[in-house]
Structure formats: C-alpha cells, structure tokens
Ligand binder design. Structure first.
Ligand code: GAL
Length: 417
C-alpha cells in the first residue's frame, strides 16, 4: 500500500485523531518489527535483544523474512492500521519522514543529546522529522561491494577486477572453470542493487543526477542506455536457478565455491563470518568495478510508534534508542552484521580488513563527494518513486526488453511521486 492510501486508511480507523496521553508503563514489553532473519542478521539483532533483556525489558520479536524488507513493510502497515503498532520498527531513509507525517511516531530527543556531534551530518539529517529525532541509527552498510571466492579468483589468475572489461575477463575464466561466475538472487531489490552499482560505476555525479535528482537528461542519456547494456551482459553470467532465490543463498554459493562472485552490500559479510570464513584468505571484498572512490550508504534505523495513544516515548522505547547508539552496542552489532558503526569515534580495532576498508573508503568518499545514498535500500527516494524505478529495472532483467525502451520507461517512472 502506498503512503497516500495509508493516510486514508489510518483516518478511517480513527488512528490520526488526537488520543489523550496515558501513563506509560515502567518495564514494558517491547514489540520489535524487523527483517533480520539470515544467519548474520539474526546474530546481530540478537545483541540488542540480549541488551534489552538485561535492562529488564521483554523482547517480543516480530521478524518478517525477506531481504531489504518489502514484506516487513507490508506487515507493518497492517499492524499500524489495525491499531497494533509495534514499539519499534526497522525503517530508514525518506520513509522515516513518510511515517512521521502520519503522526504516529514519538520523538526520542531526551536520549539523543550527544548524537549530532557523533554522527555524519548526511545521516543525522535523515533521523529527524519536524526538528525532532524520531529514529535511532544502527550502522553504515556499504552497498557497492563485490564478494569473490578467493580460491576461484586464484585459479582464474588472481587479479581483482577494477574495471568492467577486467570483470568480464575474470567472469569468463570462472565460467571456464565450470563454476557459476555470478551468484544472483531473483528478487526485485536484488536486481535494483546490481543496477545501481552499474549506475555508480559511471561516477558519483552521474549517480547523483540520475538517482538523487532524477534528472531527465541523465536518465535518458546514451550513458544510461549503456548502463542497461552492462547489466544485460552481467546477467549472462548468472545461473538458471535464480528466480526467487534469497540473497543469503546466493552468498552461500560464493562461500562454498559453487559460484565465483556476488554483487551485494556488506551484510553478506555477516554470512561469511557465520561460516567461519576469513576476509583475504577465503574471500575477497572489492568495490564494484569502477566505484573504488564511491560509497553507496545504507543506514538501518528504528523508529518508535505511539503506544496506547501516548505522544511521548515510553521508558522502554527510550532505553532501546539509547542502547542502539551506545558505543559498545554499535561495535558488537556491526561486527556480526558486516557493517561499520554509524557513531563516530568507535574503535575499528576489532574489525577485519573489509570493515577497515569500508571505514577508510567512507572517509575518502565523504571528502571527495562520492558518498551517496542507496536507492535499492531506501535511502535515496521515497516509497512511490523507488517502487516505480524498481519495477522498470526488474522488468528489464527478467525479460528480453531492449535497453532503449527500458530507459524510456525509467524516465517515466522517475516522475512518480
Ligand atoms: C537491507 C538492510 C540490511 C540487510 C539487507 C538484507 O535493506 O539495510 O540491514 O538486512 O537489507 O536483508
């Protein structure tokens, strides 16, 4: 359901009318909606569950499986409309604003006193609505990564590709070894993740114009036709079994050597770590070809819903927000999740080579103007626009449509508000 329809439904259910504040409970039970169900993801959210349990709260887990959260978002809308909003839900990017506009969130300013100076400004901004903090950030995921099985890479000459021609050369060599060159899942968000990687490889300015500004000239350019051509060529290195495949099953193919490479954000690292694989020895993380100086960021956060009609956060919601931003939690969560802490100044000493590289590349990208929001992971556009672009890309990748007509459809989809 799109947001416009949601507003109507909330109004009909009487949920937007003012409800008098009621006394909040002390150690309440916290219902938490999220989509962290893969091995690495569950381990990471388990840290929060344990911390909250130690603080005396009861954790009611509402995990809705499905990478990138499409199914979770549908479940959330149903819960809110039926008057059963969770205490907290995994929401990020412009969607935070869209939910805030419904008048169903609570501010968490009282625990966010030192957040501004401890967060990159690009991210601090996203967590606000109407001048108040309404979301607590977990970590920074870099989306533009290529994961490579080290043994397969060595057998194919050992050179990590930094350009598309080098990538295709490597993929051909892997094919000759009898393994699937590129492990891909078959879900719309995974298609969009690959497509935005290729857009990014055209440079940060091109990416910003196309994906952030939705500039028609850029969207209809020959360069954009070339982006679709490259995506089409990459697809020829997929296996036949990708339809409906989850991202972590594609990662497993790289882990066990059935496949050579995967385009995926660094939550994939949580799967490698869970399988006791070491960066540099068993697998390699490399920026997507042509994107070494760029960084597509994806910052998960929780928003907090009004409980029992109160417009103020409950003690449990505030404790949750406070814990999420605490340095100790930030470190442990990211170690399991594959991300890096979003809070500035947390030590990177315990992180592996990929984590350290992510951190260093983030600093470089911020300074050089290459730090850009991921479209596929809800950071760049609102629900309707992102959905329309996703439809175009996934249709292209699952048909024989030519690049020029995909570009025409893309330019049209970008007008969706
Ligand atoms: C992303 C989310 C990550 C990870 C991934 C796969 O959108 O930000 O935390 O969970 O989906 O589920």
């Amino acid at each position: 359901m799109k947001f416009r329809k949601l507003i109507g439904a909330l109004g009909a259910a009487g949920l937007l009318c003012g409800v008098s504040a009621q006394a909040v409970q002390a150690a309440e039970s916290l219902s938490v909606l999220h989509w962290w169900t893969s091995g690495g993801e569950s381990k990471a959210v388990g840290v929060l569950k344990d911390d909250m349990t130690k603080e005396g709260y009861t954790w009611k887990d509402f995990a809705v499986a499905g990478g990138a959260g499409a199914a979770a978002m549908t479940a959330l809308k149903t819960q809110v409309i039926s008057g059963n909003a969770p205490s907290a839900a995994q929401i990020k990017g412009p969607l935070i604003q869209e939910w805030a506009e419904q008048g169903v969130l609570v501010p968490i300013d009282s625990v966010a006193g030192d957040w501004k100076k401890n967060l990159p400004p690009e991210i601090d901004k996203i967590l606000h609505a109407d001048g108040h903090y309404v979301a607590a950030p977990f970590s920074v995921h870099r989306v533009n990564w290529l994961w490579i099985n080290k043994a397969a890479l060595d057998k194919a000459g050992g050179k990590v590709p930094t350009t598309w021609p080098e990538f295709f050369e490597l993929a051909d060599k892997m094919k000759a070894q009898g393994i699937v060159p590129v492990a891909a899942g078959g879900q719309p968000w995974q298609d969009l993740t690959l497509w935005e990687d290729v857009v990014l490889s055209q440079g940060a300015d091109f990416y910003k114009k196309a994906i952030v500004d939705l500039d028609q000239k850029t969207l209809t350019s020959d360069q954009m036709v070339g982006v679709f051509d490259t995506v089409r060529k990459i697809e020829t290195y997929f296996d036949n079994g990708r339809t409906g495949r989850d991202w972590n099953l594609a990662t497993a193919m790289v882990i066990n050597g059935k496949a050579g490479m995967q385009f995926m954000g660094d939550w994939a690292k949580g799967e490698f770590a869970g399988a006791s694989k070491t960066a540099g020895t068993d697998y390699v993380c490399a920026p997507v070809p042509g994107t070494a100086k760029q960084y597509t960021f994806n910052v998960d956060s929780f928003v907090f819903f009004q409980q029992k009609g109160s417009k103020e956060a409950t003690p449990g919601q505030l404790a949750l927000a406070k814990t999420i931003m605490s340095p100790a939690f930030q470190e442990q969560f990211s170690l399991y999740k594959g991300s890096i802490p979003v809070r500035l100044g947390v030590s990177m000493a315990k992180f592996d080579a990929c984590g350290k590289q992510s951190y260093a590349d983030e600093q470089t990208a911020i300074k050089a103007g290459g730090y850009v929001p991921s479209l596929a992971h809800g950071m760049a556009q609102g629900d309707a626009t992102a959905g329309a672009i996703t439809d175009v890309v996934t249709k292209f990748m699952n048909s024989t449509q030519d690049s020029k007509s995909a570009v025409a459809a893309l330019a049209n989809a970008a007008k969706t508000k």
